[in-house]
Design a protein around this ligand. Structure first.
Ligand SMILES: NC(=O)c1ccc[n+]([C@@H]2O[C@H](COP(=O)([O-])OP(=O)(O)OC[C@H]3O[C@@H](n4cnc5c(N)ncnc54)[C@H](OP(=O)(O)O)[C@@H]3O)[C@@H](O)[C@H]2O)c1
Length: 253
């Protein structure tokens, strides 16, 4: 059985990817900071799909915890073939001038440094399996939008790292791909807007946003190509979102 490690599986895109890969028969290493959700998820996936799950109850920003987790990882879980670098967030939406430095640090530490720490630890294992890394970027890593400054910056870095990994790892036979979504309704806006449910709901009003399963289906398409085919990157948007920060509302789209 193949093993996949997905970061940030307790909600949203990561949760949908975990379900999709479980359905395809992967054993899963599940990651997130909310232990109760991880335990529930592992129980559900094991029962429903007959796969094995191993928990990675770690904050990806903690470089020491990440490196210890992988040096202690039991032999039976070291055969990782797929790494989905998904854990990430946006915090706040303001001009640079009015930006909150704690928000900036959370985004930089999670979206960039967390992705780096996990990748550094997992790449040696992927070299043995000639595995596949899928980095979850964003349309914010391809364009910028007003008040998106630091989040866009972190996702531009993910875009650069995606290209850098592909250049560096090609000789090892490791595939590297990215998926760059527009608006997907998950807990993303709730987190970004400091838990304000009304404001978060409004983000998705008046148009048909993407859902997490759209991204999971795209990731499965990428992973299921024949061995000579690497999908470098995909940008996937709601039909009503022609560009970052632009949404056509109330037109039935
Ligand atoms: N939703 C969108 O519109 C959208 C668009 C483009 C790109 N993206 C990207 O897609 C990825 C997933 O976002 P989502 O929309 O699914 O958001 P979400 O519903 O808020 O899920 C985020 C996941 O990341 C985990 N996470 C956050 N910080 C973490 C940390 N420090 N350590 C470990 N896990 C952490 C969360 O788990 P815990 O809280 O339990 O730790 C959660 O499982 C992110 O990289 C995001 O930037 C989202």
């Amino acid at each position: 059985m193949s093993t996949a490690l997905i970061t940030g599986t307790t909600a949203g895109i990561g949760e949908a990817v975990a379900q999709t890969l479980a359905d395809k028969g992967f054993d899963l290493i599940l990651n997130g900071r909310r232990l109760e959700r991880l335990e529930e998820q592992a129980k559900h996936l094991t029962k429903t799909y007959g796969i094995k799950c191993h928990l990675m109850h770690i904050d990806v920003r903690d470089s020491k915890a990440v490196s210890k987790y992988f040096s202690d990882l039991p032999e039976e879980w070291r055969n990782i073939e797929v790494l989905i670098n998904n854990a990430g967030l946006a915090a706040g939406m303001d001009t640079l001038e009015n930006g909150d430095i704690d928000h900036w640090n959370r985004m930089i530490d999670t979206n960039i440094k967390g992705l780096l720490y996990v990748s550094k630890a997992v790449i040696p294992l992927l070299k043995k399996t000639k595995g596949h890394i899928v980095n979850i970027g964003s349309i914010a890593g391809k364009e910028v939008y007003p008040n998106g400054n630091v989040y866009c910056g972190t996702k531009h870095m993910v875009d650069a790292l995606n290209k850098a990994m592909r250049r560096e790892l090609a000789e090892s036979g490791i595939k590297v791909s990215s998926v760059n979504p527009g608006a997907v309704e998950t807990e993303f806006s709730l987190v970004r807007l400091d838990g304000d449910e009304d404001k978060a709901k409004n983000v998705y009003n008046g148009f048909e946003n993407l859902i997490a399963q759209d991204i999971a289906d795209t990731i499965w398409f990428i992973l299921s190509r024949p061995s000579h085919v690497n999908i470098n990157e995909i940008i996937i948007m709601p039909t009503a979102q022609p560009a970052a920060g632009v949404v056509i509302r109330d037109k039935g789209l």
